[in-house]
Write a protein that binds this ligand. Structure first.
Ligand SMILES: [Zn+2]
Length: 406
């Protein structure tokens, strides 16, 4: 039994090296021990493609996209598509590496945690949480794009008559269980019940800090089939198991809409990342970003990603965007994180690559997932903007709960 302990610990560290890690070793072990005990609850079933969404106005065949990696390429055949082998996805870029088990162990044991998250009293001053202007949010603006940040990667974007929520996480922890795992150090600015009517939810991937089962259930209970869920390929069955019926899964470059009458298109586009939700389901579902293309405005949701040349392609094909939501946090140590997370300098490169007029910073200030000081991402963002000659007002941070009209 004793000889199995290092192996078990290695598995623990590997699973916990996903985005729901905290710098605290004990918390990491606790989280993974809990998730290891309940993998069957989260497991993506092998029958994912046997069932079709109950409501899907699109004609795109997801099964065909799975079987043929050429599907989705443009006339010149230049658009990168995910490699799908033996039931798992892989990024097509040559420099891609999935974070290794030994890298995760090395990170956990040797890299200093500099996050230094202070007391709630101090946080109230450094990262204040404001109550969203719910009256204002009730209707999308008649002109422009309105964005509201709810912490981490959750934003509400309202434009062209629709309200779109990204990677909604309103729970206290980014974890498979409610009693352990990374806890948010800033509370959600409001509850799911407080939200205005949401027309669509876009999901980037299945890591726990981007996909929260309790929040999905709450949204589904409140909006039911009226709410359109747009998710990466391989994830629809997870939603169907929660009785979410109006869900469409897409591969890179495939698109969908809220319904047949909607003139807002949602195109799923690549990122350099990965997926994992249980001990064994690494990369069994896809990951990516979303381009929301309305008749008058365009929004790009980057989700969670390393830096990758594909963002230039996205900018050329679907830009310019009025607004992009781009991650700036969870990047240290670079030797381990650079395969999956951009740093602020690369976030500014992404802002330029996708040709965003304005960008809002996400993926920071909510969960301590990596080793950088908790206030470093916005500080480094300012340095990067200056170094790259981008006006400071073009890539902004918001307070938790704050809205901005663009
Ligand atoms: Zn992730």
């Amino acid at each position: 039994m004793k000889s199995l302990l290092p192996l078990y610990n290695s598995a623990v560290v590997q699973l916990n090296s996903a985005d729901y890690t905290t710098p605290k070793y004990i918390n990491r072990c606790l989280t993974v021990a809990c998730s290891a005990a309940v993998p069957h609850i989260e497991m993506t079933t092998s029958t994912a493609y046997d069932r079709l969404p109950t409501v899907d106005p699109d004609t795109t065949s997801n099964v065909a996209a799975m079987d043929n990696n050429a599907n989705g390429k443009d006339e010149a055949g230049t658009l990168p598509t995910p490699v799908f082998e033996k039931g798992r996805y892989r990024s097509p870029w040559l420099n891609w590496q999935k974070p290794s088990l030994w890298g995760a162990i090395h990170w956990t044991l040797t890299s200093p945690d500099n996050s230094r998250v202070p007391s709630p009293q101090v946080l109230d001053k450094t990262l204040p949480v404001v109550k969203p202007d719910l009256e204002l949010l009730r209707d999308p603006p008649t002109e422009g794009v309105r964005v509201t940040w709810f912490g981490h990667a959750t934003v509400l974007v309202q434009m062209d008559g629709v309200s779109v929520l990204t990677d909604p996480v309103f729970s206290e922890r980014a974890s498979p269980v409610p009693f352990a795992g990374p806890k948010r150090f800033r509370p959600a600015p409001c509850s799911v019940q407080d939200l205005p009517t949401v027309d669509a939810v876009i999901i980037s991937h299945n890591h726990f800090d981007h996909l929260d089962k309790a929040t999905v259930k709450q949204l589904n209970k409140r909006f039911g089939a009226d709410l359109r869920w747009l998710v990466p390929q391989g994830m629809a069955s997870w939603f169907w198991d929660l009785h979410v019926v109006n869900v469409a899964e897409r591969s890179w470059w495939e698109e969908s809409r809220i319904n047949n009458n909607s003139d807002v298109r949602f195109v799923f586009t690549p990122t350099q990342h990965w997926s994992k939700r249980t001990l064994t389901n690494d990369n069994m579902s896809l990951w990516g970003s979303w381009c929301v293309i309305g008749p008058r405005h365009r929004f790009f949701f980057a989700g969670d990603t390393a830096y990758c040349p594909v963002f230039k392609t996205i900018g050329e094909k679907f830009g310019p965007f009025d607004l992009a939501a781009i991650p700036i946090g969870a990047y240290e140590p670079r030797w381990f994180m650079h395969y999956q997370h951009v740093d602020p300098e690369q976030a500014v490169m992404m802002h330029r690559d996708v040709r965003a007029s304005k960008s809002v910073a996400i993926h920071w200030g909510t969960f301590a997932l990596a080793n950088e000081y908790y206030l470093e991402p916005p500080q480094k963002l300012q340095e990067a903007l200056q170094a790259q000659g981008v006006p400071a007002e073009d890539f902004f941070t918001l307070q938790h709960g704050e809205s901005r009209q663009i």
